[in-house]
Structure formats: structure tokens, C-alpha cells
Design a protein around this ligand. Structure first.
Ligand code: AMP
Ligand code: MG
Length: 393
């Protein structure tokens, strides 16, 4: 099978997306989920004219005179009295503005006289009133279908009383690591062994993307073992990620096992670095990725291909956050036949600086990186000062 351009691989993956459907969940569990219906407000917000400071509510025209204090209005309490000429009510932040008042001057700008009256001592006062419906009107659409839910969206749901939401179902994503050299992180690796990095990195990436990761363990470099675990994964999930075993070595069975499992392979090699041997195929109800064994490769290919797929399956219009900034220094690479992604940091001055990066096994290069940048096919050097697009990771 031919090596393909990254953009083509991306299109193939995105065109293979299927919807996971919707479900009703509590708004409290909706973080990182995708809204499947618009949410409207059932009331004006604020629901009443509200004091935004602690102070005295009166008529603007009376700011120059000593005012009789006729009541104290706490938040949550309905005012009993309306304000007439030369009167005011002591009022707390969040309390309802009494009838007749059109301004609240701050307690810091007031002086209580011996007579018990109060005087405005400032030079100028803002209104300090938040008016009924000025933030949200009854019936307004406050959150749109397709939105990825963040904490501030949950704040809006709470405010408008939306306690259950219809959200895209989380795709179930099975994660398998392959390799005889792997031991789990809690173990001390023996001679020629390493710890299983990928599974835990991928499970965290899955969680961050709002999907439901399911770890199926380490498959030994044995065709039968790999086949059995892959069949289990396909039957239990919407997406399967199997890492390792996709290179050209004697024990790299993954592509052949994927085929034997009835998966139609759509590509097995991309002009991208890291991640060239990334393999992708479709089974009637499951999409299968063979990701490279090196952790930086699997991390980056997850970000570039799997994450956008997850969002699409949840019906989210997601674009990665990118920011255009100049290179602090030039960066050159040797070969130009693939699209390269390299980890970078953003300096205090807003310049992009490549991290020390030894290649796709150098996992610690990603921990201090703010993002990754691409160098397109055919391009050898990013010049100092050149504007690059940093993709947040
Ligand atoms: P492979 O694709 O199986 O040839 O693996 C490529 C490289 O990635 C080898 O150096 C493997 O030891 C390493 N590798 C494979 N799987 C993992 C894993 N789960 N965690 C860390 N490194 C891995
Ligand atoms: Mg291997």
C-alpha cells in the first residue's frame, strides 16, 4: 500500500467517523462532553435590578443632599419601601434595587451624620445597578448544539436551571499496547525491558478528549495473542488503538493481525514525522488505529488524527487551538520528504523556540513543550522571525 500525504490520511479518518448517538446526562457530569441540543434560558438574568456594590440606593438627583435611611435591604430579601425625595435604603451587593432608586453609591463614598442621615462624599458615582435581563433574556439560546462543554458553560446551565442535558455519547476507545519488552509502570523493568508508556498517555489523551478509554493490557508479540485481544477490542469498542508492532521488524504482526480480524485497511503509511507507520482501517462498527510504538509518535498521531475523530463522532465542530507567533531562532531539518511536527515552547516575549528533541522516543521533550509546530513537505528550514502556527498540546 502506498505512502499517502497527511492531509489525505486526515480526510480518510474523518470521513470514516460515525455518530455515537446521544444520551441524557446530569449537567454536573457534562464537562468535556458535547451538547446535542441548544440550551435556552427560562428567565431573565439577572432576574431583577440588582445592586453591584454595598452602599446606599437613592435617586441620582439627590446625590448632593443628606439622605434619610428608610430600610436595610439584604441580598435575597424583597425591599419593603420605595424611595422618595431625600431618602435612601442601605443595600448589599446582590440585593434588589428598591422602587424609586436609580443609583447606588458605594459605602466607601458615604458618611453617616450625627443626625443618623447619610451623605454622599464622592465626586462622582457610577449607577452600580445591573438591570433585569441585561446579561441573558428569557428564551435566549445560551449554549449551542455542537459545543464542547467547559466549566463556564456548566455555570450558565446552573444559572438557567438546565440540570439535565442531551450530549453526544462518549465513544468507547479500547487501548492495547504490544511488545514483549513492555512491563507495567509499577514494575521495575528487567534487562532489555521498558515500562509501558503509551497506554497511560493514550488513556489520558482519551479522557481529555471527552471519550471513554478502556485498557485491555499488553499483547505479547505473538500473532494469536494479538489477534485474540484485538477481536475482543473490536467487539467492545467504537475505536481501537493498538500501539507498537507496526514497523518493519520480524515481530511486527499488527498490520497483518488487523487484516485477519476483518478490518479493511485504508492506509498504513503517512508522509509524516513522527508517525510514518500509522495504520488505519475500518470494521463494520469499529475504527482501528495501529499507532507507532514510540510514545512521541503515538502522542502526536493521537492529537492529529484520533482527537478530531472523537469530536466528530460526538458531533462537535472542533478545531485545535493554534496561535501564530515568530520563531526565536532558525530551525533546520535534514530530509524534507515528510511533514514534520516538532515540540516547541513559547517564551515570555511570545517567541517560538524548539525544544531539545532527540526523536520519537524522547518523551520528556513533550513535558516542557507548550505546543507542536509543523514543517511542511519540501521545506527544510524555518527562518528566525518566520511566523509559525503553534498547536497547543
Ligand atoms: P515497535 O513499533 O513495536 O517496533 O516499537 C517501536 C519502539 O517503541 C520500540 O523501541 C519499542 O520498544 C517502543 N515501544 C513500543 N510500545 C511501547 C510502549 N507501550 N511504551 C513505550 N515504548 C514503546
Ligand atoms: Mg514492538
Amino acid at each position: 500500500m502506498d505512502i499517502i500525504e497527511f492531509d489525505e490520511a486526515y480526510k480518510i479518518v474523518m470521513n470514516s467517523a460515525f455518530s455515537t448517538g446521544t444520551e441524557t446526562i446530569s449537567f454536573k457530569d457534562s464537562l468535556n462532553r458535547v451538547l446535542a441540543r441548544d440550551i435556552r434560558s427560562d428567565m431573565d438574568i439577572p432576574p431583577f435590578n440588582k445592586a453591584t456594590v454595598d452602599g446606599f440606593a437613592c435617586r441620582k438627583a439627590d446625590l448632593g443632599v443628606e439622605l434619610e435611611i428608610i430600610e436595610t435591604i439584604a441580598a435575597g430579601i424583597k425591599p419593603e419601601k420605595s424611595i422618595s425625595e431625600s431618602q435612601c435604603s442601605r443595600i448589599m451587593t446582590g440585593a434588589t434595587i428598591p422602587e424609586g432608586a436609580d443609583i447606588v453609591f458605594m459605602i466607601e463614598d458615604s458618611q453617616i451624620m450625627d443626625s443618623g442621615k447619610v451623605k454622599f462624599t464622592g465626586l462622582f458615582s457610577k449607577e452600580n445597578i445591573s438591570f433585569k435581563g441585561e446579561d441573558i433574556k428569557n428564551g435566549d439560546t445560551v449554549l449551542k448544539s455542537g459545543k464542547l462543554i467547559r466549566p463556564q458553560d456548566i455555570a450558565v446551565m446552573a444559572t438557567v436551571g438546565c440540570t439535565s442535558v442531551i450530549a453526544g455519547k462518549m465513544p468507547v476507545i479500547a487501548v492495547i499496547s504490544s511488545g514483549d519488552e513492555l512491563v507495567e509502570p509499577s514494575e521495575k523493568p528487567g534487562i532489555s525491558q521498558i515500562r509501558n508508556t503509551n497506554a497511560y498517555q493514550l488513556l489520558a489523551q482519551i479522557k481529555r478528549s471527552g471519550a471513554n478509554g478502556k485498557y485491555l493490557g499488553i499483547a505479547r508479540d505473538d500473532e494469536e495473542v494479538t489477534y485474540n485481544i484485538l477481536m475482543q477490542a473490536i467487539s467492545e469498542s467504537d475505536i481501537v488503538l493498538i500501539t507498537g508492532g507496526v514497523s518493519m521488524g520480524d515481530f511486527d504482526f499488527v498490520p497483518s493481525v488487523i487484516e485477519r480480524a476483518g478490518v479493511r485497511i485504508l492506509f498504513s503509511s503517512i508522509k509524516v514525522q513522527p508517525g510514518k507507520p500509522t495504520t488505519f482501517g475500518v470494521h463494520p462498527d469499529t475504527l482501528v488505529f495501529g499507532l507507532p510504538g514510540n510514545p512521541v509518535s503515538s502522542f502526536i498521531q493521537f492529537e492529529l488524527l484520533v482527537r478530531p475523530l472523537i469530536y466528530k463522532m460526538m458531533n462537535c465542530h472542533w478545531e485545535p487551538l493554534t496561535i501564530n507567533l515568530p520563531m526565536q531562532r532558525s530551525y533546520s531539518r535534514k530530509s524534507t520528504d515528510r511533514q514534520s511536527w516538532i515540540p516547541v515552547a513559547i517564551t515570555q516575549e511570545g517567541m517560538v523556540t524548539p525544544m531539545e528533541y532527540h526523536g520519537s522516543a524522547h518523551i520528556s521533550a513533550l513535558t516542557s513543550a507548550d505546543g507542536i509546530i509543523a514543517i511542511q513537505v519540501g521545506k527544510k528550514t524555518l527562518e528566525k522571525g518566520e511566523i509559525v502556527s503553534v498547536r497547543q498540546i
